[in-house]
Design a protein around this ligand. Structure first.
Ligand code: GLY
Length: 357
């Protein structure tokens, strides 16, 4: 599968990754190699990586606890302590082997340790393959708010090997698929149609779907690496979606949602807003609803949930001057960024999901 070399960090696929990492190590000649894993990828994915590469020196393996709850400054500092104890210097190479938590936190550690060491992302979840590991966003959560601390800093390369997905739990596969659906909505009708026609039963063509998704993301990031404008479209569905995700994690009266489960709800609501504000085709809204119904359980919200969700939206990173900014669509692939929405219409979109999906 052809590499994507147009972006700040090239993306390699499947077996080519390992020869590229070997070549990179030969050229860069790092003083040491540190591999960051979590409890799951240490057991399920590290053996595959160690099988594929003959490192010129014994890599140091670090293991962080698995899960979003550990994407924190505390864990960041503990990894920095471990690097210091190992006398890791600035010519070290860090390899982040894991899902979005490991690639976000590992990229952040690599960006700030001794003012920055080089790093490579090897995403092992679908979400990290098509989104988190590409584009240089690194960071951690703070309190109840996601990705509040971080920097944009690209690594040396990204390696997407779909063999790592073999051990990924099914709910995490579905969660990651939400970002593929998002790429379908924000890109073009051909990719949207490929997403709609994908059969999760056979998984046939998943590698092509993933590669095309990475191309869509890379092209956006190439044009706007620091999110001054176009890159905001990658947040479609995330203004309501992130707030819903945070609410589900904080609330005692609602089940926790995975990132993609919440983003799927957010995408339905924000597509409804797009229909109302910009005449986005209703038929495509219904196509999206069918897709969302086929991948995700219906989310039930407790009474008064919207009030708290509105409060969480006030912390969205796209906000400027206290204004909640949405990304909306006029059609598949036609964007309207920085849109404010009347609270009554947000309520209508929320009720649309509750009553119609
Ligand atoms: N996940 C959105 C972005 O990378 O901009």
């Amino acid at each position: 599968m052809q590499a994507i070399t147009s972006g700040a960090a090239p993306v390699y696929f499947n077996e080519q990754i390992y020869s590229e990492i070997t070549r990179y190590i030969e050229q860069y000649s790092p003083s040491s190699v540190v591999i960051l894993t979590d409890d799951n990828t240490y057991a399920d994915c590290l053996p595959l990586l160690l099988d594929q590469i003959n490192f010129p020196m014994e890599p140091n393996i670090l293991v962080m606890p698995a899960g979003e709850a550990f994407k924190t400054m505390e864990v960041t500092v503990s990894i920095i302590d471990e690097l210091s104890n190992l006398l890791t210097d600035r010519k070290a190479l860090m390899i982040n082997l894991g899902g979005g938590v490991v690639t976000d936190l590992g990229g952040f550690v690599a960006s700030i340790y001794k003012r920055g060491i080089t790093y490579i992302n090897l995403p092992t979840s679908l979400l990290a393959m098509v989104d988190a590991s590409v584009g240089g966003k690194t960071g951690v959560d703070h309190g109840m708010l996601k990705n509040q601390i971080g920097v944009i800093n690209n690594g040396a390369m990204v390696g997407v090997d779909i063999d790592y997905l073999a051990t990924l739990p099914e709910n995490q596969m579905r969660s990651g698929f939400a970002e593929i659906i998002k790429h379908g909505l924000i890109s073009n009708k051909d990719y949207w149609s490929a997403v709609r026609n994908f059969d999760p039963g056979t998984m046939e063509g998943l590698d092509v779907l993933i590669r095309d998704s990475v191309v869509i993301k890379s092209d956006v990031v190439l044009e706007d690496p620091t999110e001054k404008g176009l890159r905001k479209i990658l947040n479609f569905g995330h203004t309501l979606g992130h707030a819903i995700e945070t609410y589900s994690l904080e609330s005692d009266v609602m089940d926790d949602l995975l990132h993609g489960e919440a983003i799927a709800v957010g995408m339905v609501m924000e597509t409804y807003l797009s229909v109302k504000r910009f005449g986005f085709p209703e038929s495509s809204l219904y196509d999206l609803m069918n897709l969302v119904r086929s991948y995700y359980r219906k989310v039930s919200f407790p009474e008064n949930a919207l009030e708290e969700i509105n409060t969480y939206m006030l912390h969205d990173k796209k906000n400027v001057g206290g204004r909640v900014n949405f990304v909306l669509l006029e059609d598949i692939g036609v964007h309207k960024i920085d849109q404010t929405i009347d609270p009554e219409l947000i309520k209508e979109a929320f009720e649309f999901y509750v009553n119609e999906v």
